[in-house]
Design a protein around this ligand. Sequence first.
Ligand SMILES: NC(=O)NCCC[C@H](N)C(=O)O
Length: 416
Amino acid sequence: MQRGLNVHSEIGRLRTVMLHRPGGELLNLSPDTLAPLLFDDIPFLQEAQREHDRFAWMLADEGVEVLYLDRLVAEALDAHEGARAEFCERWLSESGVDGRCARAAVREKLDSIADTTALVDKCIEGVRADELDLAPSSLLSLADLMLTHGNAVSPLVVDPIPNAYFTRDTFSVIGRGVSMNRMLCATRRRESIFGDFVFRYHPAYAGVPRWHESGSAYHIEGGDILVLGPRVLGVGISERTQPAAIDSLSHRLLWGEPPSGVERVFAFSIPHKRSFMHLDTVFTQVDVDTFTVHPAILGTLRVFELARGACAGEVRIRQLDGTLDAILAQALGVGGVRLIKCGGGDEIASAREQWNDGSNTLCVRPGRIFVYQRNSVTNDILSRAGLELLEVPSAELSRGRGGPHCMSMAFWRDEL
Ligand SMILES: NC(=O)NCCC[C@H](N)C(=O)O
């Protein structure tokens, strides 16, 4: 295992990546909970796992080391005395298990799991009332009763964390450090606990610089963060990422110690709606001078540049004029940039394939990208533009509304 983090671009040869294989958490989705849990449908778990295994296998075949989130967390917990108990208590508190009896029963359930990876998987899967050994009702508090018997909404004492397979979002590797992100929606906030323990206790990752903390007052999500170069970061101002969070992250990157190397942050303001959820939903880099892009954002985008001001600690902000390709060319320091439109010029194909993450690609080296197989119109255009495609089967994985970029967090890329 490579120690530490090293990501200075979106396209340098990918060496190490982190994934999460979807598990029992998807079986704890039900029609009534889909909206708050940020799903549009219930994936067929076995098929989703087959597709995900294929993704992991294809990555390994490209020479990429694949790490799994649950194992990393488990290794971190096993490496440090007391970390497992600390993790369980934090997860219980953030899961809102307030009733004394319910809390004790869930803790007992967790303590009965010997294998630490299985414990982490249980925390992701969620806990049903019928799995617990509950005290006689005379000992229950109102909070216990509401959680375990009277809550008509769900038989779950603890909700699942079904978005865990979108490892892009809760923490973001930038250079040699990491931004611990505050997620917009409650269902995704507990995912930050996993990253926090990895970067505190894992022998290969403890102590890396932290550019942002998930306890921040403002939300920011990893899908909005694109590492455009060693000195240039792109961040989306979106439904999920607030301008104030970008201010705070930029201040740390531009002025903090240890230095991050970042000199300019480009903030791209995109429409606030689900089909445009994150910046990586509307464009991703596929080669040194090429991006895939959702055509619907062209013309609507406002872009700002944040850089060091003249006085210590000052951040200078200016709005940039010009087209997206010209701004990206300037950010990357290349003569020009090609934008390849998701779905081509066809309005329906573009909206349909965008919905299934046609612009959400993962680059293994310049010009060689993972895409969802189902987006055949876009894939054909990308192929004809000279890109090498690695097509991931995607009938079920795509139901979570994220593609190959969302399902992966790069830990190590070679320099360009
Ligand atoms: N970077 C991404 O676009 N991630 C996809 C996240 C999908 C997930 N269901 C969510 O709504 O947060």
